[in-house]
Design a protein around this ligand. Structure first.
Ligand SMILES: NC(=O)c1ccc[n+]([C@@H]2O[C@H](COP(=O)([O-])OP(=O)(O)OC[C@H]3O[C@@H](n4cnc5c(N)ncnc54)[C@H](O)[C@@H]3O)[C@@H](O)[C@H]2O)c1
Length: 335
């Protein structure tokens, strides 16, 4: 394990702070003593996204900046004077990437270049954590998936994240930018919307559905609880030896969608039939059948490990969705 820096008193910029993982990360950073500058995707009704669900006393300590990751000058100003930058803003839904691939290039690739260039021009930066995704591996060709696994553009989303990751690599190799690429596997927990499978199942159960309507049941995923993913990102940000590396963040456990649905049914005390909806099945060559992380590198570098068990994480998520039923419309398929 390597020397870990201290974030207390440091100025830290988080893009995508208004999102699912970004809101958990921003809370963790404030709790760790950082001065957090949070990018909130501009909207004219002044909504804070998931920061609206975060602990108010922590949000009150953040500097909230409205903006768009595609705006070069705004991002340059946003990053200026920061010691650490965590870049999470992205379009992340795979089904929507089939319909709007160009938007994914604009946001995920051009947005990443804006952050990289702003960090390169900064004279205060200690480290940039660029956030990737396990989707860049495509279906596992060998398991567990280590960081040297081939990259496969199995969806426009995956292809856009590969491009952004390669730009980050090039800024490290060409300019010595201290950037680490954090590659989380599937993350779940409170504040995730129903475009992801666990909230899809949990929100149908919370609404009292007599049948669960889902896509493919046999694909497997390495699910990691949101606070664990956030802690992995922070650990990588604070580890000097991680600079220039790509590092997986995953639990190292594999669960099929069918098994996940069964546990959620058990936890909710309900027995329901599962029916497959063809609209939710991905095109055959685009479906990722298996994802399981090799998490040795992050453990070796930082000592990080998942803390929340899959079952406990599902139970917390179900409870949060039950409390926030009004935010979900299980009748409608979210892309
Ligand atoms: N959720 C997962 O399972 C998972 C797994 C691996 C990697 N990731 C990565 O983690 C990061 C966060 O994902 P998430 O699950 O929290 O998704 P999310 O959709 O909740 O968060 C994405 C954030 O990006 C912001 N954003 C989108 N377009 C923007 C723009 N033009 N300008 C400014 N902000 C913009 C959104 O407002 C949102 O806050 C992403 O980079 C994603 O690729 C997520």
């Amino acid at each position: 394990m390597n020397i870990i820096e201290n974030i207390s008193g440091k100025t830290v910029a988080v893009t995508g702070a208004d999102g699912f993982i970004g809101s958990h990360l921003s809370e963790l950073l404030v709790q760790s003593g950082a001065r957090v500058r949070a990018l909130v995707y501009y909207n004219s009704w002044n909504e804070l996204g998931w920061l609206g669900d975060a602990q108010q006393s922590l949000v009150d300590q953040m500097e909230l900046v409205n903006g768009d990751i595609r705006d070069t000058e705004l991002i340059r100003k946003f990053v200026k004077g920061c010691d650490y930058v965590f870049h999470l803003s992205s379009l992340i839904a795979i089904p929507y990437s089939y319909e709007a691939p160009r938007s994914y290039i604009d946001t995920n690739v051009m947005g990443a270049i804006n952050v990289l260039q702003a960090c390169r021009d900064s004279d205060s930066l200690t480290r940039l954590v660029h956030v990737s995704t396990s989707e860049v591996y495509g279906t596992a060709q060998q398991v567990p998936i280590s960081e040297s696994h081939p990259l496969v553009g199995q969806s426009p989303y995956s292809a856009s994240k590969i491009a952004a990751d390669k730009m980050a690599e090039s800024f490290y190799l060409s300019f010595g930018l201290p950037v680490v690429t954090a590659r989380p596997f599937n993350t779940f927990g409170p504040r995730q919307t129903a475009r992801a499978v666990i909230p899809t199942i949990a929100s149908q159960l919370a609404a009292g559905a007599s049948k669960l309507t889902l896509g493919a049941l046999h694909p497997t995923r390495d699910f990691n609880y949101a606070t664990d993913t956030a802690a992995g990102m922070l650990a990588l940000g604070l580890c000097p030896a991680a600079a220039g590396k790509v590092v997986n963040i995953g639990s190292g456990e594999e669960w099929s969608i069918g098994e996940t649905a069964k546990i959620l049914c058990e936890l909710s005390g309900r027995e329901v039939e599962i029916q497959t909806d063809d609209n939710r099945i991905r095109p055959e060559n685009s479906e990722v059948f298996r994802l399981l992380a090799d998490n040795c590198l992050i453990h070796e570098l930082t000592g990080w490990k998942s803390r929340v068990s899959f079952r406990d994480g599902l139970s917390n998520t179900l409870e949060w969705i039950q409390r926030n039923k009004h935010l979900f419309n299980p009748e409608r398929y979210s892309k």
